[in-house]
Structures are given as C-alpha cells and as structure tokens.
Design a protein around this ligand. Structure first.
Ligand SMILES: *[C@@H]1O[C@H](CO)[C@@H](O)[C@H](O)[C@H]1NC(C)=O
Length: 292
C-alpha cells in the first residue's frame, strides 16, 4: 500500500504541511508539540502524516472538517492537530510515538487535575484505529474530554447546599439528562481554577423551588414550563442564583462571556483565554477566532 502511494505521490515529496492554512487545526512541529499538547487540560487528537501518502490525502478533508466541527461555538474542549513526519526535524517526535504508518491518529488525554496537588500524572497517548470519518472520530474524541462536572440526582440532595458552600464560584445547570454534555465538561475545564460546575437532574422545573443553604431558603429562578437546561450562577454573599438569560446552551463562548460579567472570572483555556490567543500563531489564521 505504502509503496503504491509512494509511487503515485513522488512528485509531492517537498509539499508543505497540509494544514498550515487551516484556522481549526494546529500544524505542530517538534518545537511546539509539548506546549500545545501537554500544557493543557484539553484533549488533543493528532494526525501524524506524510504529505506523499495517499491515505493522508484522503484524510485531509476529514481532518479539516473535524477541526471545524470541534471549534464551532467553542463547545468542545478538544484540540485538533497534525504533525508532518516527513520533515526531518519532526522524525524523532514521530518515532517517539512509534508512528510506523501514515496516517497515525492518536489522542492525548490530560491527567486529572486536583487542586493543591502537584501534577504527577502524564498525558496518555491512545491510538485511534476506528473509521476515518467525521462521526466516529467526533464520538471517540469527545468521549475523552476530562470530566470535572459534579452531578446531583435531585435538587433536594443534602450534599447540594454543602457543595454550594465550598470554596470556588459555583455554576449550576438544571437538566433532564443524566449524561454530561461536552459543552459542560469544557466549561468546567476552562474555569477549573476559579469555579466548579454541577448538573442537577430534574424532570420539569416548578415555580417556588428553593434550596436550603445554612437555614436560608434560596430561590431557584425557574418557572413551571421552563425549558431545560437552565444555567445558574450562585452568589454566596447574597445567597442567590442568577440565571443565564439565553434559552439555549449552545455557544460556550457566549456563555463564558456572560459568566465573566457575573463572577469576574477569566477562563484559562478556551476562546476567551490568553492561552488561545498565544497559540493562535500555530494555526492557519486567527480570523476564525474573532468575535463569534
Ligand atoms: C489544568 O488546570 C489547572 C488549573 O487551571 C492548572 O493549574 C494546570 O496546570 C492545568 N494542567 C495542565 C496540564 O495544563
């Protein structure tokens, strides 16, 4: 296979990186690989490729679509990256991951972060051997976003007010689902140093719902017939919830902007972070990161 591809593509040996023009894909080298892939609580999926390889060429449009899909509305804590293993200087990097055929697809999952505990774990590389199509790739990689979202099965759970009282800002999402969406996992990662996020399961909101926090009945600003999910921030001083005014929880960029105005926090990762700005030079163009 490789031999045929080599024959077909021999004229393209000196081609530049596939994704150097793509705003949604990090075209990495041995120089910036660690900074982008390891210095983050995001999961990264990397395509190790060679420009001459036929399967890599088939992969290219899929990879671009994957990058675009995962960047939309900033809702996925996943970085899409590539390494051109044909570049002499990148070869040691590629062989350190035992890349033997192209393309090799690999996810890098960050270690679990614990406050106050010195980082001990390492990112775990995991090869992707499934179908090279958008849907299975999205499913695989979004399933590898670290989860820092806490879950309460009902709002009357005794542990819920205790959690509200703990340090860090509190963001609460009332939801019907018993699974945690990639968007909420990503929100929790972006605000890991300042805020914690929890989901509280409920079937349908009711007027007059309260939570007892230190003997004070705190109103939950929902009404009968409200659509779920509903996102709230908790203010400890005034013992009150404030509700995110938009109906849908789809655009994480907008949600984080609103949270920033409510809590005065700045995300460390994601579209509003200085990290994103700093790393945009490793992507095709920063145009896509302008106002969403
Ligand atoms: C994960 O997030 C925490 C809190 O912001 C940060 O201290 C830590 O360095 C991050 N981990 C990595 C691997 O970047």
């Amino acid at each position: 296979m490789k031999f045929t591809a080599l024959l077909l593509c021999v004229t393209l040996v000196a081609a530049a990186g596939f994704y150097t023009d793509d705003p949604n894909v990090f075209e990495l080298s041995y120089k910036n690989f660690n900074e982008v892939v390891y210095n983050t609580n995001y999961t990264t999926i990397v395509e190790f490729y060679a420009p001459w390889c036929g399967y890599c060429k088939k992969m290219e449009p899929v990879w671009r679509r994957l990058g675009k899909f995962l960047s939309r509305d900033s809702q996925y804590g996943v970085q899409v990256a590539s390494v051109n293993c044909d570049e002499a200087k990148n070869k040691p990097l590629c062989s350190s991951f035992k890349v033997k055929s192209f393309p090799t697809l690999m996810t890098f999952r960050p270690p679990k972060y614990k406050r106050g505990v010195k980082k001990t774990g390492r990112h775990v590389p995991e090869p992707y051997t499934g179908q090279r199509e958008l849907a299975p790739l999205v499913q695989f990689v979004t399933g590898r976003i670290k989860n820092y979202v806490k879950r309460f099965h009902r709002i009357s759970a005794p542990a819920f007010p205790d959690w509200l009282n703990e340090d860090l800002h509190k963001i609460v999402v009332l939801t019907k689902l018993n699974s945690i969406s990639p968007l909420l996992k990503t929100l929790a990662i972006d605000l890991l140093d300042t805020s914690s996020v929890a989901v509280v399961q409920m079937d349908s909101p009711k007027l007059g719902l309260t939570v007892k926090v230190n003997d004070v009945d705190v109103d939950v600003p929902v009404e009968e017939g409200d659509q779920l999910p509903v996102l709230l921030v908790y203010n400890k001083e005034s013992k009150s919830f404030t509700r995110y005014p938009k109906l849908k929880l789809k655009n994480l960029h907008k949600i984080e902007k609103w949270i920033a105005t409510q809590l005065g926090v700045t995300p460390l990762e994601g579209s509003l972070s200085t990290r994103a700005k700093r790393l945009s030079k490793f992507r095709g163009s920063s145009a896509a990161h302008d106002e969403l």
